[in-house]
Design a protein around this ligand. Structure first.
Ligand SMILES: C=C(O[C@@H]1C=C(C(=O)O)C=C[C@H]1O)C(=O)O
Ligand SMILES: NC(=O)CC[C@H](N)C(=O)O
Length: 769
């Protein structure tokens, strides 16, 4: 196979894979395919370690990323060393950060822009007509592209040949250049953004030129002879380098191993289309239940409600990131209680005898937790009943710290909080509010008869006696960050953005609420759901130990989330990030909100996350499309800007097949809750900002807030919402916590962001006011 080999240097950016796929989608003339090897800018400590491998590649693309090349190794790894005189014949394309490093090597300066541009589309003007030796061959004289940069190239000398500029408040800003007498090109804008024009032509031109330049310099002959000497060694080098960033699928499943018809107990009823049906039914069920309800139906979301009924056969998985431990036990196993559980968890040599004490403790970090889950589910999959979203399976909550780049580093003997809790459900009630159908389902064919009776006898005309407001006379102790602390955090975000370390930072606050009398979580849920209807409402109370409720040790979540994180089935997955918020008020109309949501600030905020989600999907899947581009959605208290991105499953070029669970694991934490680039922004938030800002709540870890809630059914349908506009408790509602925040960009104002944060906080806090 005559492959064209591209080496891509990733700087832990959130747009890397958008570029990589753009490269892969081109057809290099005279080659059977294009292979892109991706390494991080610090996969090798020293350029000399990489030097020997460079001859294996037809060209190098140095991608975008956080940081400033002027800061050298700490910020950009080996990137600066690539632009060395001795590599002048290697065709290189620098994008944004890569472009800045390239120009720096030619004694230009990299300076902060006066007016920083993140997620903004600008008209790029070429300096003149371009010949066939230009990366802009075949381009019109100007075109539109997205910019993501705080820094820019200035003060260059004639080693740099400018190819394109844009103009804005900063004056003329250099957008593309070629280095004279070297095979190096670069662009400051982002050709891979979904809002950039002609990005594919740029890459195509570069690949063509790279090939021509290699013929001229003799690099192509060198590569050929390397392969002729030993094809095996050549392939091994590529494989070795590919390992720097390759991702193994969590599990592999042979279609033929999936039960094609595994009859489940399923009884169907016709029910009233009363939107409160699932609440009324749940209210009439006295046993433990989890509810994922729709209290607002709109555009493919919220048409289903699920009532999951855990019982003594239900397996409960709890992961503690701070301990690197997972516990596995049955729901309300009589042999286990809160004290024995805590003792076993904290003891170094826990006795692990599941057959005698009912408790299995697995020493694993969170990355292995996913494997534990996939192994548990692997032999349970069925092909039947695909049209019902949930027929039984895992259901529960994953906290923010279950995501990548973030950790729960609290001292476990001070606060022991679970980072994930999932229960395998065999009995459930699934309701389609649009068709008015109710399905009673049991995987074990033992659906409780008395609950069936409750369904049959439910008097839907009877109004619920739920409180519209909580009992009078209850007072609440409410603790939240001070105005000064918020303002310090905001200013810090701005500093990181100005330095070029981040493009957008989702800054969040946590508020702690202690009611003067005990209020049942279920009652609070009923009150909240009326005040803030949402397509992803959920009620979870994990009384999974016999004494959970007596000891107030249960994890509770009451959510009215508007945001889907991820939904998947066998064919595709869908993400639905919300970014861009306008508060509702007397004078606010949909038209006005739409106008505001399309201004550069909100547009940029959404575009950044949209491009980030494309990247998250492209990391694993080669087929990704933007299904909906920035639609305005109306909720009870806010208008929101929403985009929909879809990825399709299939065999990938590396021979692997990925499933929904792989996408799930790799896309957490949700990009809309982090900002971009994800890795550095998550680290900045956790280590430099939120630990101080939110020290009064769980030492600054986000916990349940910013995590996800949902299910993974054995028919491989799965749906997860983002835990926002919600309240959660680790002590069964003795104290509640509410997180709220929003994306800070360079266009944010302190007052505007604080108000937006309060608007979101109030959507849940209102029940207590
Ligand atoms: C952070 C929150 O919301 C997130 C931030 C949004 C924004 O910045 O516009 C919008 C929706 C959510 O993804 C929250 O509700 O607390
Ligand atoms: N997108 C990028 O590559 C950004 C490069 C650099 N960190 C800047 O902010 O200008």
């Amino acid at each position: 196979m005559n492959q064209f080999h591209v080496l891509f240097i990733d700087s832990y950016d959130s747009f890397t894979y958008n570029v990589v796929r753009l490269i892969e989608q081109q057809i290099a003339k005279g080659y059977s395919s294009i292979h892109v090897t991706i390494i991080h800018n610090n996969s090798f400590n020293d350029i000399n370690e990489l030097d020997n491998y460079l001859k294996y590649f037809d060209c190098i693309v140095i991608g975008p990323g956080p940081g400033n090349p002027m800061n050298g190794l700490d910020d950009v790894g080996i990137i600066n060393s690539l632009f060395d005189e001795k590599y002048k014949e290697i065709p290189m394309l620098g994008i944004c950060l890569g472009f800045q490093a390239m120009c720096l090597s030619q004694d230009a300066q990299v300076k902060e822009l006066d007016a920083i541009k993140h997620g903004q589309i600008y008209n790029i003007k070429l300096t003149g007509p371009q010949n066939s030796n230009s990366i802009f061959a075949g381009y019109p004289s100007n075109f539109n592209s997205t910019r993501y940069h705080s820094l820019h190239v200035s003060g260059w000398n004639d080693a740099i040949e400018p190819l394109a500029f844009t103009s804005d408040e900063n004056g003329e800003v250099l957008m593309a250049a070629k280095i004279k007498n070297k095979n190096w090109f670069g662009v400051q804008y982002h050709p891979e953004s979904c809002c950039s024009e002609l990005g594919n032509v740029l890459i195509d031109n570069f690949l063509r030129l790279a090939n021509e330049m290699n013929i001229e310099s003799g690099r192509i002959t060198l590569k050929k002879s390397l392969r002729q000497d030993s094809e095996l060694e050549f392939n091994n080098v590529i494989k070795y380098l590919d390992k720097c960033t390759s991702i193994a699928p969590l599990y592999h499943i042979d279609e033929k191993d999936i039960a094609s018809d595994n009859p489940i107990y399923l009884e169907e009823f016709s029910i009233s289309q009363d939107p409160n049906y699932s609440l009324k039914l749940c209210d009439a069920i006295n046993e433990s239940k989890f509810l994922m309800a729709s209290s607002s139906i709109s555009q493919n979301r919220g048409e289903w409600s699920i009532i999951a009924l855990p019982n003594s056969d239900s397996t409960v998985f709890t992961h503690y990131d701070q301990l690197h431990k997972t516990t596995i036990h049955k729901w309300q196993d009589p042999r286990l209680n809160t004290a024995t559980m805590k003792e076993s968890l904290l003891s170094l040599d826990a006795i692990n005898h599941p057959e005698t004490n009912g408790l299995e403790i697995v020493n694993e970090d969170k990355s292995h937790f996913w494997i534990t889950l996939s192994h548990f589910m692997k032999d349970k999959f069925v092909k039947n009943n695909q049209d019902i979203p949930f027929i039984g399976g895992l259901i529960g909550i994953l906290g923010y710290e279950m995501g990548n780049y973030v950790s729960n580093d609290l001292n476990p003997s001070d606060i022991l909080i679970p980072d994930a809790k999932l229960v395998f459900i065999e009995n459930s009630i699934v309701i389609n509010h649009c068709s008015g159908r109710l399905y009673v389902i049991s995987l074990s064919h033992n659906f409780p008869k008395h609950i069936l009776k409750v369904i049959k006898n439910l008097d839907i005309a009877k109004e619920l006696e739920w409180p519209k407001t909580l009992p009078k006379g209850t007072t609440f102790d409410i603790q939240m960050p001070s105005k000064d602390d918020y303002s310090d955090a905001f200013n810090k975000c701005q500093e990181y953005i100005h330095r070029g370390d981040s493009y957008e930072i989702c800054l969040t606050t946590q508020t702690k609420i202690i009611p003067s009398i005990y209020l049942e979580p279920w009652k609070i849920f009923q009150t909240l759901i009326q005040q803030n209807p949402a397509p992803f409402s959920s009620y979870f109370e994990f009384n999974d130990l016999v004494d959970s409720s007596e000891n107030n040790s249960s994890l509770c979540l009451i959510s009215t989330s508007p945001e889907r994180f991820l939904k998947w089935n066998n064919e595709f997955c869908e993400l639905r990030p919300i970014k861009g918020t306008v508060k509702k008020g007397k004078k606010m109309t949909t038209e006005k909100a739409t106008e505001i949501l399309k201004t550069p600030k909100e547009f940029g905020e959404n575009l950044m996350i949209l491009d980030l989600i494309r990247n998250d999907l492209y990391e694993l899947l080669s087929q990704v499309k933007v299904d909906e581009f920035m639609s305005v959605e109306e909720y009870k208290t806010v208008y929101q800007l929403v985009s929909v991105i879809k990825g399709f499953f299939g065999k990938e070029r590396n021979g692997n097949s990925y499933y929904g669970l792989d996408v799930f694991r790799h896309s957490l934490p949700a990009g809309s809750m982090t900002g971009a680039p994800k890795k550095i922004t998550v680290e900045i938030l956790q280590n430099e900002i939120e630990k101080t800002l939110n020290k009064h709540v769980n030492g600054g870890v986000r916990g349940v807030y910013s995590g996800v809630t949902g299910y993974w059914s054995i028919n491989n349908n799965s749906d997860w919402s983002v835990n926002i506009r919600c309240m959660y408790s680790y002590n069964r509602g003795q104290t509640w916590k509410i997180g709220a925040g929003g994306a800070i960009t360079v266009l944010s104002t302190l007052e505007g962001e604080r108000e937006e944060m309060f608007t979101k906080l109030e959507s849940a806090l209102q029940v207590f006011m």
